[in-house]
Design a binder for this molecule. Structure first.
Ligand SMILES: [Zn+2]
Length: 827
């Protein structure tokens, strides 16, 4: 697929033109942020207003990525407290920048502090107690603050300029203390492409009926909202660049990710989080998160801010978020979620709407509780209000980082020390082994590369070793109980600084079931299970012990992905920017593939595109107009419909919510065109929820046994399940007979006419759950998971699970390719 190249038509003038016009919502506000701090310093620094023509956070103004990077470049030039670094390139080719903000003498010695951080992160590099104490005495707390990874949560990206300016100019004692004791890595946006997608859309819709709506497309090219779900898998260029900066170079002790939530809830959420916590997060970190969050809440309250919520809604169970990855690197991750406006357009929030808003830990956004002591009564809510809260929260966090500098450094180092001195016991793993010769080399290479990228130590075996299984109580000298492991295997020892990350990625998740007062399953914030080897279909064995006493001599530390690819004799990844994936197209013959993409911006469509691009499978995008046009069989062999509800695909955005060209869906006429396509020999492939569209409209002899089942009886919020695969079906070529699949409250099938529908995979008869949470196993056990249905001269393929979930499920990608190839199993 052709990639867009930085399509920036700067449009400052038009913004300024619109700026003075009347708004249907509220009169213009032109005042800048009142800042006593800013007034104290010298006036040599350009204020954001001087450069942008408006103050960040002003109603109905928006700075795009070019303006933001221009402003930071000017700060870099004018201030000895600010240094800009480009840390990578975004998916669509924009520069990904970070600002280092600190006292001038700290910035002049960044290399020294980076080396100190490396030693604090890895206690094996520290010679003795004296050196440790010196590092803690002389080090600085490294804090990262990241803005607007979710691009419609736009205010923080605008706020970043004001925060940098105030830190750059202020002369007050508190700011001096922050600058001297901390090194701030400020990320104006972790998704610059999305800043422009939103800025362009916002400007184009300003003063129309659609002002303040979100763009009718994903705000990350591949991941949309899921760009904050990629932080252990590292599929995206942005995640890779920042992960490398954090966990291979700078090891920030505190990471703060600034988000926004819905308009009608609390005005802002800050930690502590709701239950359950992930068991691999060190208690010391949970306390650290809590202390920081309470201080932020306290400072917000002291500043007169109402509607501050803690201990609700957001949990610390899932892995893979910007603010959760730090926990698995011995660092503190903080999230805030301010109530949104409509992009940069103010809103009026009614008491009624607040009264109706409830979530875990918050009975109503109007009700006073211990964790929500000062509800906001409603009224006008503007971007400036969001910005004020985020500025207060950021300064509070920085002040804590400065005042308790030595504590943060000591705790961070101490957690690493405990991890590397992990006492050996045969009752639990001391390592995980990825045996050589699995026939899954691309998946193994991706997995090892992903681990190494986030600072996990992986070793290659240069000679064979003998391992003992976990739980073996016989004495280690009894060699007959050991198993030989061939050279070329990979070993991940748990005695390493980021041990928690290895455990959180390799162990199965056991989510503690939770129910609401009404007896329904209480939803976790994100998925319940994600065990990496299971998702990737890679064998990884826990190791209880190693027979060879000096086994380290047989190991080589892997430093880069390139080394793994050489080991496995895989083609190298091209070095060119935006270089293509090295992975060969797995389809054995040319197939004309179309991928359906509506105007509702579904993440599953983006991830499907990601997998097709990763494997160099050519495809066309099929939009609503293309479905309406018909004659689909002349153009395509296969049409993929990613996971979305039938209603969403059929009707799209409702009329009146978007400009007409972005509303309407495929309609009933489009459904008939899809039927004709299949009857004329085409293959329709449906993932997850979109199977509903095919089953109901094409009268397939298949029933969803979970339809209408209440969440008190069946619930599975994103878990790994076991499926038995009929490997005699051509679609399942190369797939393991027992395969782990990723399932999110999807359908499960019963075949009503076996002459027309063949089951390619079914959920295990018992022991269905492998990792996560599954309530009501008996309802899914033995049910069909993947079905091929004959219709006319063609076929419909129904995936009840998500074969390409977040680009993580390498274990089931082959089933997608098998479905695309069009081999029909005998029926
Ligand atoms: Zn968000």
């Amino acid at each position: 697929m052709a990639r867009h190249l930085f399509p920036l038509a700067l449009c400052v003038v038009s913004v300024l033109c619109f700026y003075g016009s009347s708004s249907p919502v509220v009169a213009m506000q032109t005042s800048s942020v009142p800042s006593s701090r800013a007034a104290e310093g010298s006036a040599a620094l350009p204020a954001p207003r001087d450069v942008l023509g408006f103050s960040p956070g002003d109603d109905r103004t928006i700075a795009d990525w070019r303006q933001i990077t221009d402003y930071f470049a000017r700060l870099d030039k004018a201030s000895d407290r600010v240094v800009i670094q480009t840390v990578g390139e975004t998916t669509l080719g924009r520069p990904l920048i970070v600002a280092f903000i600190s006292a001038p003498e700290n910035l002049r010695n960044l290399d020294k502090y980076r080396e100190m951080q490396r030693r604090l992160a890895d206690p094996r590099l520290v010679a003795d107690k004296a050196e440790r104490e010196r590092l803690i005495r002389e080090g600085r707390t490294v804090v990262a603050i990241s803005c607007s990874i979710h691009s419609t949560e736009i205010v923080a990206s605008q706020m970043s300029m004001q925060l940098a300016y105030e830190l750059g100019i202020a002369a007050d004692h508190e700011t001096q203390e922050i600058l001297q004791n901390t090194i701030l890595i400020l990320i104006p946006s972790a998704n610059p492409d999305g800043v422009d997608i939103v800025a362009n859309w916002y400007r184009n819709t300003l003063n129309t009926a659609y002002e303040g709506t979100g763009p009718p497309e994903l705000y990350h090219h591949y991941a949309g909202h899921d760009n904050d779900r990629d932080w252990f898998m590292l599929n995206l260029k942005e995640t890779q660049a920042i992960t490398r900066l954090f966990w291979r170079e700078w090891f920030p002790q505190i990471v703060y990710d600034v988000h926004q939530q819905e308009q009608t809830g609390a005005r802002i959420f800050v930690p502590p989080f709701y239950d359950p916590p992930n068991p691999y997060i060190a208690p010391l970190l949970l306390r650290g998160v809590g202390a920081l969050g309470y201080k932020m809440a306290d400072d917000l309250q002291a500043a007169g801010q109402q509607g501050v919520l803690t201990n609700a809604k957001y949990d610390a169970w899932w892995h893979g978020g910007f603010h959760t990855a730090p926990y698995y690197h011995n660092s503190i991750g903080v999230l805030s979620e301010a109530a949104s406006a409509r992009l940069m357009t103010p809103v009026v929030v009614t008491r009624d709407a607040l009264a109706k808003n409830s979530s875990r830990g918050l009975p109503s956004a109007l009700q006073t509780t211990t964790n929500f002591p000062d509800p906001w009564a409603g009224g006008l809510w503007r971007p400036r209000d969001i910005m004020r809260m985020e500025m207060t929260a950021a300064r509070s966090l920085l002040s804590m980082a400065a005042k308790h500098r030595a504590d943060y450094l000591r705790n961070f180092h101490e957690l690493g020390r405990r991890a590397v001195s992990y006492p050996m016991s045969l009752e639990r793993p001391m390592a995980y082994l990825i045996p050589a010769g699995q026939g899954r080399d691309e998946a193994v290479a991706k997995m090892v590369a992903t681990l190494v990228w986030q600072g996990v130590e992986v070793h290659r075996l240069d000679q064979e070793l003998h391992i003992f299984p976990v739980g073996l109580t016989a004495d280690l000298g009894h060699s007959s109980r050991s198993q030989e492991v061939p050279a070329g295997s990979y070993l991940i020892l748990l005695a390493q600084p980021f041990r928690a990350n290895v455990l959180a990625l390799f162990e199965p998740q056991t989510y503690p079931p939770r129910r609401t007062a009404e007896g329904a399953a209480e939803s976790p914030y994100d998925v319940a299970g994600w065990t990496l080897p299971m998702q990737m279909g890679v064998e990884a064995t826990p190791v209880g012990g190693i027979r060879e006493l000096a086994h380290e001599r047989r190991l080589t530390l892997i430093r880069e992905e390139a080394e793994v690819r050489v080991d496995l004799a895989l083609p190298p990844r091209p070095r060119a920017q935006g270089g293509k994936s090295p992975t060969a197209n797995p389809l054995r013959r040319p197939v004309r593939v179309a991928l359906y993409r509506g105007w509702t911006g579904t993440t599953d469509e983006g991830w499907t595109r990601f997998v097709l691009d990763t494997f160099n499978v050519p495809y066309s995008l099929l939009r609503d107009a293309g479905v309406h046009a018909g004659r689909l069989r002349e153009r395509y062999d296969v049409i993929i419909v990613p996971s979305a509800r039938a209603k969403e695909i059929t009707y799209g955005n409702p009329a009146g919510t978007y400009p007409p060209e972005f509303t309407g869906g495929i309609t009933a006429e489009g459904i008939q065109n899809l039927r004709r396509f299949v009857e004329a020999g085409g293959t329709l492939v449906c993932f997850g929820a979109s199977t509903e569209l095919a089953i109901k409209n094409l009268n397939l002899p298949v029933r969803d046994v979970l339809e209408g089942v209440s969440p008190a009886e069946f619930y599975c919020p994103g878990s790994i399940l076991r499926a038995d695969v009929d490997t005699t079906h051509p679609m399942a070529r190369g797939v393991a007979p027992v395969t782990d699949v990723f399932f999110i409250n999807g359908p499960a099938f019963e075949v009503l006419d076996p002459r027309r529908a063949r089951t390619v995979a079914r959920y295990a008869g018992r022991g269905v759950l492998r990792s996560g949470w599954l309530l009501g196993e008996e309802r899914i056990a033995g049910k069909a998971a993947l079905v091929e249905v004959a219709l006319g001269a063609g076929r419909v393929i129904l995936f009840s699970f998500r074969p390409q979930h977040r680009g993580q499920t390498w274990g089931t990608f082959q089933l997608i390719f098998g479905a695309l190839e069009g081999d029909t199993g005998k029926r």
